[in-house]
Design a binder for this molecule. Structure first.
Ligand SMILES: Cc1ncc(COP(=O)(O)O)c(C=O)c1O
Length: 460
């Protein structure tokens, strides 16, 4: 019997009534398991606007934020003693596990030697060559967030090309970089809906097309006024949209022919392998950005330039009018970042770690797919290395527009809370699950079992 609801009110094939019922039941279970947390944060954290220190902490689908007591490896424990298998991993910031031993050691060692000097330490001597070897680009800079790294790399792209415009793909996210906050709304470029205090028309200097649309790319680049295309190799912030065969080759060929630089943002796709998607698939970006897990959870990011861009930028700097470049934040390039980044690059982001991550991610992908098939849900699973996502719509998705249509926020929220109640934490806002070097096969099995239990509830 087909238990799937194909009516218009259904999301992901599940009726709105059933989703609401699951959400209600699971919210009650969540509260009951957390009396201490409810007392402390049930009405918000005191002294903070909106009751949270960072606004998106209110966007978790749980009735109130999980108040964390500690996190280690791939497990989070809340103040009520609930243990969660953590597949969110700080939405990639802790992709290599919480407090890996080499990272904790490096923090302890640096803690007694000063935390910020605006001068290099000896660890910095090691990092340049480590980045060169791992990612293949010759010239690097350190920043503190991936947002900043993208912002600075885009400035360099504009500086060396003398062009103002950039091009983004619909559904992209590269951090809170203003000029990337553009969307296709009913097929037309517009400021991304919901931006606070944004009074500029961002579409003036940002072209936007759909991912995987090579004719649109060719047409956009024809005007030869675009400084840079910025993209993730796989759109991981729009469900998960994989590049179609030949897309990256064509993207490189077309951008080069148009004198447009290519910025590859590997902040999430570093899940692919030790050198990111770029190394695994032989991409040849002009600019490269990686933030989040590069320092094991300590705020740090890196951005790299090709030889050609570095030479052109050095010429630009030599001849530009004197004055502040507009790039730089005081705490960037501090010795704690160097110490921890070195430990992460040398001891944590190893081939062995990635092989474990990839192996378990494949198991998770297969396990979730089997559940989806068993319950005949019109859903699918996407994966890029250690990063797995279930999507409550048929797939594969070809672009950000399709990904937006695939979102089923109420259904996803209900599933997330139901998973938490079964001991599993996945990333909020979408259905992302990361495998870390510390994640065990037992944890993956528990996630698959929990997912199956929720699927059974939804289709009963
Ligand atoms: C692909 C990508 N780039 C950059 C960023 C920005 O990272 P941060 O918030 O650490 O600046 C994100 C954040 O999710 C991201 O997904």
């Amino acid at each position: 019997m087909d238990t799937i609801d194909h009516s218009k009110t259904a999301a992901g094939g599940i009726s709105a009534a059933r989703i609401a019922e699951l959400r209600k039941v699971e919210a009650a279970v969540f509260r009951q398991a957390r009396p201490k947390s409810a007392a402390k944060v049930g009405n918000g954290l005191p002294g903070f606007f909106g009751g949270v220190p960072m606004h998106w902490m209110n966007d978790w689908p749980t009735p109130f934020p999980i108040l964390v007591e500690s996190a280690k490896g791939a497990t989070i424990t809340d103040i009520d003693g609930n243990r969660l298998d953590d597949f969110c991993l700080g939405d990639t910031g802790s992709m290599f596990g919480h407090s890996p031993a080499p990272v904790a050691r490096a923090i302890r060692a640096q803690a007694g030697r000063g935390l910020t000097y605006m001068l290099p330490s000896e660890d910095a001597l090691a990092i340049g060559p480590l980045l060169q070897q791992r990612f293949g680009l010759p010239c690097w800079q350190i920043a503190t967030t991936a947002t900043d790294a993208n912002r600075f790399a885009l400035r360099v792209a504009r500086a060396v090309t003398g062009r103002e415009k950039i091009l983004v793909f619909n559904g992209c996210y590269h951090g809170s970089v203003d000029e990337t906050m553009v969307r296709l709304v009913d097929g037309k470029p517009a400021n991304r809906p919901g931006l606070a205090g944004e009074f500029r028309d961002l579409t003036r200097a940002t072209e936007i097309i759909e991912f995987n649309d090579l004719p649109a790319l060719e047409a956009a680049l024809r005007t030869r006024d675009i400084a840079c295309v910025i993209t993730e190799p796989v759109l991981t912030n729009s469900c998960m949209v994989l590049p179609e065969r030949g897309f990256h080759d064509a993207l490189r060929r077309l951008t080069s022919a148009a004198g447009t630089l290519l910025l590859i943002d590997e902040t999430h796709t570093i899940s692919t392998g030790p050198g990111g998607y770029t190394k695994a698939y032989g991409l040849e970006p002009d600019l490269f950005v990686l933030g989040k897990p590069i320092a094991g959870g300590v705020p740090a990011s890196v951005w790299g330039m090709s030889e050609d861009v570095a030479t052109r930028y050095a010429d630009y700097v030599r001849t530009k009018e004197p004055g502040y470049s507009g790039m730089g934040t005081t705490l960037s390039g501090n010795p704690l970042q160097f110490a921890v980044m070195r430990a992460t690059l040398e001891e944590v982001m190893t081939d062995a770690a990635y092989s474990h991550m990839d192996h378990l991610a494949r198991r998770l992908d297969a396990g979730l797919t089997a559940v989806i098939d068993r319950y005949r849900l019109p859903w699918h699973v996407g994966r890029v290395g250690a990063r797995v996502e279930f999507i409550c719509a048929p797939g594969p998705l070809r672009n950000g527009g399709e990904a937006e249509a695939a979102h089923a926020p109420e259904l996803e929220a209900a599933i997330h809370v139901a998973l938490v109640n079964r001991g599993v934490l996945i990333a909020p806002f979408h259905n992302m699950m990361l495998i870390s070097p510390a994640t065990s096969a037992a944890q993956v099995n528990r996630l698959i079992t929990a997912f199956a239990a929720v699927a059974a509830r939804l289709t009963a």
